[in-house]
Write a protein that binds this ligand. Structure first.
Ligand code: ZN
Length: 100
């Protein structure tokens, strides 16, 4: 069983391969209607990953820069309301792994 959902499972496998820990699913920072999100400490090259891993078209990727309010770069599955929430590249440290 994937931690997020079956549609995001290929991304989970890639995170595991890179040694990036997948956080426990917790309610989305944008409200409970967005389901359960798992934090991951990495950044995403979304276009490259989507293509290479064959993620379904309905999986959304969004970068949010709220500055002091927080930031993230997240793959979201609207069917299951699950997400893998990565770091916004503008705030990630130099040692943060980048998946591409
Ligand atoms: Zn899903």
């Amino acid at each position: 069983m994937p931690i997020s959902c079956v549609h995001l499972a290929p991304l989970e496998a890639e995170l595991e391969r890179r040694g990036v820990k997948i956080g426990e699913p917790t309610p989305s920072p944008y409200g409970p209607e967005w389901g359960l999100w798992s934090e991951v400490n990495c950044t995403f090259d979304a276009g490259a990953l989507r293509k290479r891993l064959g993620l379904p078209d309905f999986i959304r990727f969004e970068e949010y820069d709220g500055r002091i309010a927080g930031s993230d770069a997240t793959f979201y599955c609207p069917r299951c309301r699950r997400a893998l929430m990565g770091r916004h590249p503008a705030y990630a440290g130099p040692t943060t792994p980048r998946l591409s």
